[in-house]
Design a protein around this ligand. Structure first.
Ligand SMILES: Nc1ncnc2c1ncn2[C@@H]1O[C@H](COP(=O)(O)OP(=O)(O)OP(=O)(O)O)[C@@H](O)[C@H]1O
Ligand SMILES: [Mg+2]
Length: 410
């Protein structure tokens, strides 16, 4: 059997009928209006979809789906003398009050451009998710003011780490032009790896201050929670701002919280953030004098895409301090304290194998408390040793809790 194909027909929507229903104004898809006066229009209603025969002006009903229309959602703001004011995403619209729907102010309703309100979908107003806007003021919040009191002298031990950090961050930022002239591939990303409290953030801040670089601090968990939905935009803006500076460091703390291997389970939001971070780094030009430092406690979990050449292809590992480092850290973190002579640094260093620098530094806070409770304004040997004891006890309690939890006795 031969297929039958009808001649092409024009689809239109009834926009308005004259009061005596003898004339219909039909809206065509291109926005133009046709008038129609044939007898068939007597049973038409506003909003109906019809086929129009352009030759003889005949009109017949067409399926509604041929005029697919996006519904709108809005909140009833005011009901007054047969009319309704609807707030559709901040835009006010005035419509006729429908006869067959019981409306109250505050209702959330849906409807169509052509048919007006069709349904109440909630008795209460729909709430917009109030996404914070990302603008230059927002970007300012991520600029950490450099702690001018911090210097390399405060960072005890780990001479090799300091040297490597200088080479990978300070030298490229300060000699950007010379390096560009040589034409070597620029250093864009440096990954700081190491356990919590091993000085990653501290060193990044010291370097930012030394090189007089603008320092942007972004925390992985925070960008996921607080900036959810806008994190990509935020990253883009921060990188833009950084690129406009003479020198800048973008510090991405706890990057593993977003950039773990992007497998199927990984969160869609993290996936997009990492994508944005990578494309921002790929977009650096020869003039961009920005180094991105990212820290992680779990480098093995990082997405391989981050480690490709031209991204985070340099790594500085912050190991637990050895005996000499511990002594240097103890001395460095007490550098500006009011204290007595001949404190037993080497003795404390010997007792603190496997302690992190943060734990070592905490001894001084405890010691200072003990000194003031004893009405003194300087730390002496006894305070120091008792401070050590207190932090040691604290470590033991935490270790116990962890073993307990591992054994399932939480
Ligand atoms: N080399 C060091 N010399 C002196 N103090 C140090 C050193 N490293 C760390 N500290 C002390 O430990 C504290 C914590 O260090 P920091 O915040 O840099 O650790 P982190 O590696 O960034 O840890 P996390 O992974 O938890 O963010 C510092 O504020 C400082 O008091
Ligand atoms: Mg840190």
């Amino acid at each position: 059997m031969d297929a039958e194909i009808s001649p092409p027909q024009v689809v239109a929507r009834v926009k308005r009928l004259s009061a005596d229903r003898t004339t219909a104004f039909l809206e065509l898809r291109n926005g133009s209006i046709a008038t129609c006066t044939t007898p068939e229009i007597w049973n038409l209603e506003r909003g109906d979809i019809v086929f129009v025969d352009a030759d003889n002006g005949n009109v017949e009903f067409a399926p509604e789906e041929l005029w697919d229309e996006e519904p709108w959602v809005g909140v009833v703001r005011l009901l007054s003398s047969g009319q309704v004011i609807i707030d559709i995403g901040g835009r006010l619209k005035i419509l006729d009050e429908p006869q067959d729907i019981d409306l109250r102010e505050g209702n959330t309703v849906t409807g169509y451009e052509s048919r007006g309100i069709t349904q109440v979908i909630s008795e209460d107003p729909v709430r917009y998710i109030d996404l914070p806007t990302v603008d230059s003021v927002t970007v300012e919040q991520f600029k950490a003011s450099p702690d001018k009191s911090l210097s390399f002298e405060d960072f005890g031990g780990h001479a090799d780490i300091k040297e490597r950090a200088r080479e990978l961050i300070e030298v490229p930022l300060e000699h950007h032009e010379a390096l560009t002239k040589i034409g070597a591939r620029p250093i864009k990303g440096v990954l700081f790896t190491g356990l919590p409290g091993t000085g990653k953030t501290m060193l990044a801040k010291i370097i930012a201050h030394r090189t007089d670089a603008e320092f942007y601090e972004i925390s992985g968990p925070e960008i996921l929670s607080k900036w959810y939905g806008q994190s990509e935009e935020l990253i883009r803006k921060i990188f833009e701002d950084a690129a406009a500076q003479e020198r800048a460091i973008i510090f991405f703390d706890e990057i593993d919280s977003l950039a773990s291997q992007r497998n199927e389970d990984s969160h869609e939001a993290s996936r997009r953030i990492v994508g944005q971070l990578l494309s921002a780094m790929d977009g650096f030009t020869a003039e961009t004098n920005v180094i991105v430092i990212a820290t992680t406690n779990r480098p093995q979990d990082l997405d391989d895409a981050l480690r490709r050449p031209g991204r985070f292809d340099w790594e500085i590992n912050f190991p637990p301090p050895n005996l000499d480092d511990r002594q240097a850290i103890l001395e460095a973190s007490a550098r500006n304290l009011n204290k007595g002579e001949d404190l037993p640094h080497s003795k404390v260093a010997e007792k603190t194998a496997n302690w992190t620098p943060a734990e070592l530094a905490a001894i001084w806070s405890e010691a200072a408390l003990l000194a003031v409770m004893d009405s003194r304004d300087a730390i002496f040997q006894d305070d120091y040793l008792s401070g050590y004891e207190r932090v040691a006890q604290h470590r033991k309690r935490i270790a116990l809790k962890l073993t307990d939890r591992a054994a399932g006795n939480s």
